[in-house]
Design a protein around this ligand. Sequence first.
Ligand code: SF4
Length: 407
Amino acid sequence: MDHGRTVWPSIRTPAALKLDLLCCGLRLGARCQHSALRDRIVRNRAGLASGLDVVLPGGLVVNAAFVEPHCQESPYVLDLSGQPRLVHEDCPEEMISVRLEPTPVWYGLCTQSGLPMRDVASKQGSYLAVYWGDRCANWTRKEQCHFCTQGCNWGAADAINKQAADVLETIDVARRCQHLTFVHINAGFDDAGRDVEHDLALIRQIKRRGLYVGYQVPPIADTEVYRQLKAAGVDNLSICPEFFSDAAFKRWCPGKERREGRDRFYQAMTVAAGEVGFKTVNGEIIAGLEPIDETIAGVRWMCERGIVPTVCAFRPLRGSLLQDAPAPSPAALLPAFRELYRCCMQAGLPIGVAPGIRVAIVMTPDEAAGLQGPRAAWPVQRAALAARRLAALADSRCRRWMARPRV
Ligand code: SF4
């Protein structure tokens, strides 16, 4: 029995289970129809989404891979012979009841221009993710980030010619089918230069619907543009340095290194969180490809500057240059996720505040609370966060009521 490769048997919380599944994925039991489950995968997200959204005990949702080769080594088996449940091969007597997120009804619909809505946006956890713009120029120049699959998705699972009207129509239909509070827009590099006016116009339209908006693009040199984005209503800005180690950045992100270099990403986050003052700035960092002490140093660096780290467990996706790399062990990543929660609480960062947002493809800092020992309780900070959550919920309801369609 090797409990060192997973964290579930020793910690036994939904967060531990989520971390295991993010790293190991799952195997399908005998009664699972592989092809039917495969059809549920929506891949239009650069480096993470490749599996099933599974709702765990406590309501946490995780995107668990199952088609990638490393999943065949997973100790978790999905059993669909009755009520869906997970079985860990080291403790088969312990059945973990789960739920599969249903495929959104709107995935079967098309926009008025004829684009399948599932190629315009994807439901990730509870929010909508929209890739916005051309194929990332790093792919065109064959210098893509080694973990990334955006270039495979674009034109396959991600519509090439989507217009703002397609995105807005998809959002409107999705809102009628599900509780939606947040839309996340992301894009790669564009050699012609980013058309920010185009982005701003879309953002303003989404804000008119009373939704939160996240925006994730490569660093922007002109601080004034960040101010415009903030004024247009961007609630959350994400910047993706991917690594804290310069060596890892150079090795795994050749296009980013040639165009910007690691330090530009860190500078941009500092400016956005400090001088510009977005409500939240996230810094995306990948755990599992650089020494874990570097990732932990990156988490600390960001938190000290008011930036909320988004720590992604590396996943060797099919179609990426790292598709044959080994997946990280959850036990090896555990210290980074523990530090994520500890540093966010210590810095008083607004984690888990925006209402109605459940994230499947990463472990959020507030979810990482479930990985701590009992001593890390942070009662004062948790009370402050609870108050902020209530205020944000009231604000969100008010905005959505104001933006409701009037007939
Ligand atoms: S910048 Fe890197 S991770 Fe982002 S889309 Fe381009 S190749 Fe992929």
